[in-house]
Design a protein around this ligand. Structure first.
Ligand code: SAH
Length: 229
């Protein structure tokens, strides 16, 4: 067996973890050791009596900024020499998270994830520790924790043995450059709506063609950008 996926999250709110990832698929996988999660409190690396982690922005302006020295101490303590895991900073300025990036992460040794709070993190620690900024979308959250949960949820479900059917990972939205085709299950008729007859035909070739055509139709209508137009 390959070494389990190791996640380390640096946060001011370690109580938020595992949170929803302690339930369902991800929670079971945590119990069986398919992955591990360690939430570390950045505040443990504060150096003053008040355990301060932030300060006012240089140049003025609203809010507070997480201090480079405290964040670096937290990162360094969490990543011993030779730790090959990518170091990510959840950030609205980051590269938008994609299924392709999630797949690469899931195939690797894990991730060290820094969760921002306040206005964000002193730029110098981002540079000095080579943090990869990752965004979960074009909107602003109050902190990186929920973004980290999103990223980990997406990665953990791809780990070997976590999802039931091996195939359900490959047919999904984004995996083949398309959104997924629609799903149906019993009853055959519901509120006057029937399941598309082809799905009940038993003709696997016809079903595959119908699904492909539906996936293309939905992608064209909702996400033309995915088709390069
Ligand atoms: N002032 C910043 C927003 C700070 S929000 C700006 O305008 O860009 C506080 C923290 O929440 C961020 O440091 C980041 O860790 C997290 N966060 C907010 N929105 C996010 C998003 N879309 N994706 C990932 N992390 C996000």
């Amino acid at each position: 067996m390959t070494a389990p996926f190791r996640a380390t999250v640096l946060t001011l709110y370690p109580e938020m973890f595992p949170g929803p990832l302690g339930l369902s698929l991800a929670g079971r996988a945590l119990e069986t050791g398919a992955w591990s999660l360690e939430a570390r409190n950045i505040r443990d690396h504060a150096t003053d009596r008040h355990r301060t982690v932030d300060d006012t922005p240089a140049g003025g302006g609203p809010g507070m900024v997480m201090r480079a020295d405290i964040v670096a101490a937290a990162l360094d303590a969490a990543t011993p020499e030779g730790d090959a895991r990518p170091r990510l900073l959840m950030s609205p300025r980051g590269a938008p998270l994609t299924q392709a990036r999630v797949r690469t992460l899931a195939a690797g040794p894990g991730a060290v994830i820094l969760c921002g709070r306040f206005e964000g993190v002193d730029e110098r620690v981002i540079e000095a520790r080579g943090l990869e900024e990752v965004s979960i979308g074009d909107y602003v959250l109050s902190g990186g924790e929920i973004a980290a949960l999103v990223l980990l949820d997406a990665a953990v479900r791809l780990l070997p043995g976590v999802m039931g059917g091996a195939e359900s990972g490959t047919e999904e939205s984004f995996e083949n450059g398309l959104l997924e085709y629609p799903h149906y299950t019993r009853p055959r008729e519901w509120e006057g709506r029937a399941i598309p007859p082809v799905l009940l035909s038993g003709d696997h070739g016809a079903i595959a063609r119908w699904r492909r055509a539906e996936a293309e139709r939905i992608t064209r209508a909702r996400r033309p950008d995915m088709l390069g137009g």
